[in-house]
Design a protein around this ligand. Structure first.
Ligand code: KG4
Ligand code: ZN
Length: 397
């Protein structure tokens, strides 16, 4: 491995974000540019693969240029390239991988293929540079990347192994046991829809825009905020057709008693669909409709969070996890982050580490960070594959 201050150019194009980042192996993240395609995919209510890959083609070079500029560096100073090669949309992955391979060839630099799911996990380890302006909380059970393993702050728990990681994104929902860097065992995964996919599909049912996760969460929060303080602000239940909705327990928690660490969200999605169709089959005023929608969003979010948190805590107990962590787009969910924090307080030997919200969705910083750890831990072995690797739509971590 090259000298200490090696620079990695990370590239991520697996779905609908075009992203490039510069990561210094020892110092940390210097820049992270993300060009989102949300506005494009909003029109169709979801990602159209062909449209996504075309947008990546348009964005990839400007995004790389901006990442280099922001990091105050240039291509000829880059020591390694790292790119997401799986899993993801083939057309989208190909844009990033072909760009990275071309740059690696022209610059004669090594290229590291990175698994997107592993990248999400490494969002937990991103260390921003410079970190001088960051305020460390005095005492906290929570680690976020900038205070992670910081020797100056012994009150902050370290990301110790074994760790139980809940990976929740638009395409995946898995519980992973991480025994060390690059050492993973999948404990369980979804048997049908991913959690993020369920958020997106339920949002469509409720007439909320893409991406569903943040929009459902926003609407659910509007309802939640009214619960503890002022009951009078809660929509009058007699005005809606299903007064049972709104207590947080209406929808089923599938597979909670399954005895394993797998998930299933398609039954929940269908339950929301049928209940929504039934409750909106009569004429509702706009106010009634909006009230009902906030309550459905709330009930759905409560169900998903309960399922995810319950199984994560079970796994943490079973495997005596020293750390519990979450990652992937759905890990940005405020309610999920808070619920896990509450439940982990009951596990005295378990620390709670979570990525900054801005690194939960797809980004190249996590790809650069993952490559940095691989270089640190596996050294030359990590780069032995050269350019001879494929893109894959499906690949286990
Ligand atoms: O990790 P990601 O950016 O892309 C994939 O690898 O799939 O995850 C995207 C998913 C989408 O389904 C989106 O609705 C969901 O993450 N998501 C959220 C939130 N923000 C994004 N789900 C729930 N709450 C959020 N705040
Ligand atoms: Zn992702």
């Amino acid at each position: 491995m090259k000298g200490k201050n090696s620079l990695i150019l990370g590239i991520e194009t697996s779905c609908d974000e075009t992203s490039a980042a510069v990561y210094a192996v020892d110092k940390g993240l210097l820049s992270n540019m993300v060009a989102s395609q949300i506005d494009i995919h909003k029109k169709t209510g979801g990602v159209v693969p062909e449209v996504a890959s075309r947008a990546h083609v348009e964005q990839i070079l400007p995004v790389i240029d901006e990442a280099l500029e922001l990091a105050k560096t240039s291509l000829n100073k880059i020591d390694y390239l790292a790119v997401t090669h799986a899993p993801g949309l083939i057309g989208s992955l190909l844009v990033g991988v072909n760009t990275a391979k071309t740059l690696a060839m022209v610059l004669d630099k090594p290229l590291l293929p990175i698994n997107h799911l592993e990248g999400h996990i490494y969002a937990n380890f991103i260390r921003e540079f410079p970190i001088s302006n960051f305020q460390f909380p005095n005492k906290s059970k929570i680690s976020t990347p900038n205070n992670l393993n910081n020797p100056k702050n012994p009150n902050i728990p370290k990301f110790n192994f074994p760790a139980v990681i809940l990976l929740v994104s638009g395409g995946h929902t898995s519980l992973i046991l991480m025994k060390g860097h690059s050492k993973y065992k999948t404990l369980g995964e979804t048997l049908d829809d991913a959690a993020g996919e369920a958020f997106d599909k339920v949002a469509r049912v409720l007439g909320l825009p893409y991406p569903g996760g943040p929009n459902i969460s926003f609407v659910a929060d509007n309802y939640r905020r009214k619960i503890p303080n002022s009951k009078s602000q809660i929509p009058n239940k007699s005005q809606i057709l299903n007064p049972k909705i709104g207590d947080g327990n209406f929808f089923p928690r599938s597979m909670l008693g399954s005895g394993d660490f797998n998930f299933s969200f398609s039954g929940l999605k269908t339950a929301v669909l049928y209940a929504w169709q039934k409750d909106t089959s009569n004429n509702l005023t706009i106010k009634q409709y909006n009230n009902l929608r906030t309550q459905f969003a709330y009930e759905f979010e409560e169900a998903v969070v309960d399922i995810l948190a319950t199984k994560t805590i079970k796994a943490a107990k079973k495997y005596k996890a020293k750390t519990v962590s979450i990652c992937g787009g759905v890990a940005a969910n405020k309610r999920l982050r808070e619920e896990l924090e509450t439940r982990i307080k009951n596990l005295p030997l378990t620390a709670y580490c979570l990525p900054l919200t801005k690194y939960c969705g797809d980004n190249a910083a996590m790809i650069g960070c993952c490559a940095a750890y691989r270089l640190k831990n596996k050294k030359s072995q990590a780069i032995s594959k050269g350019l001879n690797f494929e893109v894959m739509s499906n690949k286990e971590i």
